[in-house]
Design a protein around this ligand. Sequence first.
Ligand code: C5J
Length: 221
Amino acid sequence: MPTITAARPAAYAFDLHTTALLVIDMQRDFLEPGGFGESLGNDVGQLRRTIGPLTALLAGARAAGLTVLHTREGHLPDLSDCPPAKLERGAPSRRIGDPGPNGRILIRGEYGHDIVDELAPLPGEPVIDKPGKGAFYATGLDELLAERNVRSLLVTGVTTEVCVHTTVREANDRGYECLVLADCVGSYFPEFQRVGLDMIAAQGGIFGWVADSMDVLAVLP
Ligand code: C5J
C-alpha cells in the first residue's frame, strides 16, 4: 500500500482503489485577478500558488487511475438554496447574488463561479455544486463516494480555513480519512494557512493528516 512517511502527525497509508482526490472550489472568483475575492481586498497570489502543484498532482492522480472529484461553491440563481442569514452577511454590494466583476457573486452558471481553466475537470469527473462551505452539506457527495467505495480523501483547494476545513471536519465525522496537501490548499491569510494546517494534524491527527503533493506523487504508480 502506498505510504507517506513524511505526513504529519504520522505516516499515511492509502489504498489506490479506495482513495479519491478532492479539489475544492478552485473557482475563478476566488483565484483570478479582478474577481470577487480580489475585489474584497484579498491577495489572490496566496491562492494562485496552489495552481502549479495541483496541476501536477491532478496529472499524477489521473495517471494512477484515482477517482478525481471537484467542487464549486455557489447557489441557484433564484437563491432558494441560500439561507437568509447568509444573504444578509458580507460587504454591502458584495453579497451573494449581487453583481460582481465576473457575474453574480457565487451564483451557478456565472463566469466567476466556474473552475479556473488550468484545473478544468475532465469529462466524466464529477463536479459537485455545493451551497455551503462543506462539500457534504446538501450534496450527494457521501453517496457518490460510497458508490465508488472511497474511504480516503486527498484534499486540495481553497480556502484552507473555510471550505477545506469545513469539508475535512464533515468527512472526519463520516468516517473518511483525509490527507490534506499543504501546497495544494490556500488561504488569503498566511497565518490562517499555517494554523489551519496545524489544527488538522494536532492532537494525534484530530481531523486528518498533512503532507505535500510531492510526497503523494512519489508513491503513486
Ligand atoms: C469561502 C471557500 N472562503 N471556498 N469559500 O467563502 O473557502
